[in-house]
Structure formats: structure tokens, C-alpha cells
Write a protein that binds this ligand. Structure first.
Ligand code: PGA
Length: 251
């Protein structure tokens, strides 16, 4: 039985004070919600204060990125051991914005995913096709390669979360229909099943891309959609709490 998971990706938003206020509101507004896991991914500068705010609660902390080396001359990068040190349980890896603006590739996504496992940080690995790729009918081809390359050389799937985020749906207000999303989630589960066998039934696959309190119930109602990676709607406590509550009622 897979437990639901809702992760809020705050991207490059919120000062320390804003982050503390938002984390506090989410913590209070989701008291008593059970059956799943809530994750907050603030910017690096607010990780420490958000950790202090949610410490000992039902909410876990994620970084939005990490590097694949332990230490060294890598100006501007953050090592997984540093994320552990600051209280992170998860790291988002290979978000499409990182692939697009910071030239991350399937190879760096693989290096980061492998490293995170060794370092004890659970990766949330993002995959998804562009609008052009969907229109050309190559969604499964593209997503299939992304998933296989991300997982290449990794023996155990247990701690890996996959987020299917169609690039054309991120921040655009155009979300995939529940059926479109379910088709790709099922496809991803089958790929993971081919590699890891039956244990893949426990692998969490999140949907991301313009998730709101209005569309979450239908999405989460699909068999292979285990939760959501939420961007814009995670920046306002009421909206994010609504998404969490609706998920917990449905799953
Ligand atoms: P969005 O972003 O909810 O604003 O579309 C999702 C994401 O980028 O993870």
C-alpha cells in the first residue's frame, strides 16, 4: 500500500521570515492529517529556519537541488552531507527548470540520484516531456529514456520518488488531464517494474504541473498517481493545505 505524498516546491521564493510564516501556517493547518507525507522544499537560504519551524512535526524537509560530490572546489554547489546536516530528508533532482536553465542532463541527474542514495538523502527525480515532444507523440519515448537513465546503476528503488512533470504544464495553468497523467504514470511504473520487479509497486510517482486545490481530487483519484509536486499553489498556505486535505480524503 503506497502512502500519498504532497511536496511543495517553493522555487526561488520567500525570504527567511516569509518562509517561517508559511511553514508555520502549513504545519498548523495540516495538524491531524494522516496517511501520507508532507514535504516542504524552500530555497537553500531558508532551509535552516524552515527546519527549526517543522522540527519534530509531521512535515519533512527537502532541498531543491544538490551536487554529486561530497566536498571540494565546486563554487556555489551544496553537498548532500550538508543537506543532511541541515535536516533535509529529500532532495528534488533534475527539475525541468534545472535542465532548461542550468543545463542539467540525464547524466548529471543520474550522478545526483546515485549520490543521494549513498548519502542517505531520498531523491525526488523529475521527468517530463516538452509540449513539442507531446505534440510529436514521443512522450513515452522521452520519459522512458529519462527514467532509465536516472536509475542507471542503482540497485534499489526503495527510497526513490519519481515526479512526472510535463514541462508544458509547469507554471502555465495547463495541467495534464487525469487520464493523460495516469497513462504516463502507469508507463513509468511499468518501466520501474521491468528493472526492479515487484517492489516497484511501492514506488511513489507524483504528478506535477499546475496542481491546484481545484484539480487535485481528480488527479489523485487515479490509481498510479500517488501525490503531487506543487509549485505556485504551494506558496499560499490555504491553497497548499487544501491540496493536502483533499489528497488525504481521497487516498
Ligand atoms: P507549478 O510547478 O505547480 O507551479 O506548475 C510545479 C513544479 O515545478 O514542480
Amino acid at each position: 500500500m503506497r502512502r500519498w505524498m504532497i511536496a511543495g516546491n517553493w522555487k526561488m521564493h520567500n525570504t527567511i521570515n516569509d518562509a517561517i510564516a508559511l511553514a508555520k501556517a502549513i504545519k498548523e493547518g495540516t495538524q491531524g492529517v494522516t496517511g501520507g507525507e508532507i514535504i516542504l522544499a524552500p530555497p537553500f537560504t531558508a532551509l535552516q529556519s524552515v527546519y527549526e519551524t517543522i522540527k519534530g512535526s509531521h512535515i519533512s524537509l527537502a532541498a531543491q537541488n544538490m551536487f554529486y560530490e561530497d566536498k571540494g572546489a565546486f563554487t556555489g554547489e551544496v553537498a548532500p552531507s550538508m543537506l543532511k546536516d541541515i535536516g533535509c530528508t529529500y532532495a528534488i533532482i533534475g527539475h525541468s527548470e534545472r535542465r532548461k536553465y542550468f543545463h542539467e542532463t540525464d547524466d548529471t541527474v543520474n550522478l545526483k540520484t546515485r549520490k543521494s542514495i549513498v548519502a542517505g538523502i531520498k531523491p525526488i527525480v523529475c521527468v517530463g516531456e516538452t509540449e513539442d515532444e507531446r505534440e510529436k507523440g514521443v512522450t513515452e519515448f522521452v520519459v522512458g529514456i529519462q527514467v532509465k537513465k536516472a536509475l542507471y546503476g542503482i540497485d534499489k528503488i526503495d527510497d526513490i520518488v519519481i515526479a512526472y512533470e510535463p514541462v508544458w504544464a509547469i507554471g502555465t495553468g495547463k495541467n495534464a488531464t487525469p487520464i493523460e497523467a495516469e497513462e504516463v504514470h502507469r508507463f513509468i511504473r511499468n518501466i520501474v517494474g521491468d528493472i526492479y520487479g515487484d517492489v516497484c509497486k511501492n514506488t511513489k510517482i507524483l504528478y506535477g504541473g499546475s496542481v491546484t486545490p481545484d484539480n487535485i481530487s481528480e488527479l489523485i483519484g487515479m490509481e498510479d498517481i500517488d501525490g503531487a509536486l506543487v509549485g505556485g499553489a504551494s506558496l499560499k498556505s490555504e491553497g497548499f493545505i487544501g491540496i493536502i486535505r483533499k489528497t488525504s480524503e481521497k487516498k
